[in-house]
Design a protein around this ligand. Structure first.
Ligand SMILES: Nc1ncnc2c1ncn2[C@@H]1O[C@H](COP(=O)(O)OP(=O)(O)OP(=O)(O)O)[C@@H](O)[C@H]1O
Ligand SMILES: [Mg+2]
Length: 379
């Protein structure tokens, strides 16, 4: 069993430092190069590959080596420009606390914008809200917030995670508003990150949209097998655990090398506390994960129509499916109508149950959740 000193090195939630972070050196380098060349970055990948982790790793390195302040804003739950503004203001307040002179200046500088500022009774931290201001005052407010950062006379990095969320805002001119403001600031470098590739490539790659060609696009791929293997081996061995190379290969293959799923299996195997890990220990943990997650899989089923569920099952059995309306696939799973399958695939993509990618063989679709995919194999 784990003791406090025997920390499980395979992290399955928030970033916990460089020690537990595998590779991504090239990505960090190119992000830093963008920053130093005054370019903004759009960071794109499928879900659970490690975008958020990469940003946190980058921030750790920047704060250590360059000492630039770094701001992280997760837009996942934001629903409109007001939420966006509140989150930006609160992150600035967190980064520039009131006990320092810059923090005092910040609170003073936003007073004229008439925010509602409440102080947490326990921590004393301020919580800032611009909910009461008029809609047409929002652009000016965002501008003021950024202009405070401009005045700090240092490069400052601002990451907007889940940036595609702005597409859901009711304010249809959000992109134009943000682009105009961002264009005017000189020492702020932005990272726009997200997993909805089609939305992000539309925002940043469509010549008719305000953000067109304004950033360098960085695609985040799977961690290379040799790097991940060395990382896993290092952490088992460092803690006096023995695991065979072939068994590490098995974990990487079974999880498609998809970061979250690799971490999860390694975490569980490590948590057994065994000093010598056998193949059957690993199989047992994989089996246990699928069993534990079964309740979620049944919930997914409730969210889908029976047809969608059957198509998802067929896709899962194929692993990578290149031609989902081809007659081989239809015949193999006894689907009679290609257009029904097409509609199901569109719905599954929309619900993020599957994703679409390209490799040397062409475009394919694949089940997002590796554990669900493995569980489906026996259904
Ligand atoms: N390079 C890495 N080494 C080790 N663990 C990692 C690495 N990158 C990410 N992880 C872990 O994998 C999990 C998924 O990573 P993360 O949340 O960063 O992915 P994401 O691409 O932001 O996903 P989403 O699109 O769902 O937000 C997290 O538990 C994270 O700690
Ligand atoms: Mg993320």
């Amino acid at each position: 069993m784990n003791t406090e000193t025997d920390k499980n090195p395979f992290i399955i939630n928030n970033y916990q430092g460089k020690e537990y972070f595998c590779d991504r050196e090239h990505n960090v380098e190119s992000l830093i190069s963008n920053i130093q060349n005054e370019l903004n970055t759009t960071l794109i990948s499928i879900r659970r590959i490690g975008k958020t982790g990469l940003i946190k790793q980058l921030f750790t390195i920047i704060e250590e080596k360059l000492n630039y302040p770094c701001l992280f804003i997760d837009l996942f739950a934001s629903q409109n420009l007001n939420d966006f503004t509140n989150q930006l203001a609160n992150e600035i307040a967190r980064k520039f606390p009131e006990k320092h002179s810059a923090g005092k200046r910040f609170l003073k500088s936003i007073k004229q914008l008439r925010p509602l500022i409440q102080f947490d009774a326990l921590t004393g931290e301020p919580s800032i809200s611009f909910d009461a201001i008029k809609q047409n005052e929002i652009p000016k407010t965002i501008q003021q917030l950024l202009s405070f950062l401009e005045q700090q006379n240092t490069p400052i990095i601002i990451a907007f995670d889940e940036f595609q969320q702005i597409n859901e805002y009711p304010e249809k001119n959000t992109e134009a508003i943000l682009r105009t403001i961002i264009q005017d600031v000189k020492n702020l470098r932005f990272i726009f990150s997200g997993s909805k590739k089609h939305i992000l490539t539309e925002i940043f790659g469509n010549s008719k949209r305000p953000f067109y060609a304004s950033t360098n696009i960085e695609y985040l791929d799977f961690i290379p097998a040799d790097k991940y293997k060395a990382f896993i081996k290092h952490h088992f061995e460092k803690n006096n655990r023995k695991i065979n190379d072939e068994d590490i290969d098995f974990i990487l293959t079974w999880t498609n090398r998809h970061t979250y799923f690799v971490q999860m299996v390694c975490n569980r195997v490590y948590a057994t506390g065994k000093r010598k890990i056998s193949h059957s220990d690993i199989l047992m943990q994989c089996h246990k994960i699928l069993k534990d997650q079964e309740v979620f899989f049944y919930q997914y089923r409730n969210l889908l129509s029976p047809q969608q569920w059957n198509v998802l099952k067929a896709i899962s059995k194929e692993e990578k499916l290149y031609q989902y309306t081809g007659k081989d696939f239809l015949a193999k799973y006894q689907f009679t109508n290609a257009s029904v399958v097409k509609r199901c695939v569109d719905a599954l993509l929309e619900k993020e149950m599957i994703y679409q990618e390209n490799d040397e063989q062409g475009t394919f679709i694949r089940t997002y959740d590796v554990f669900l995919q493995k569980w489906m194999l026996n259904k």
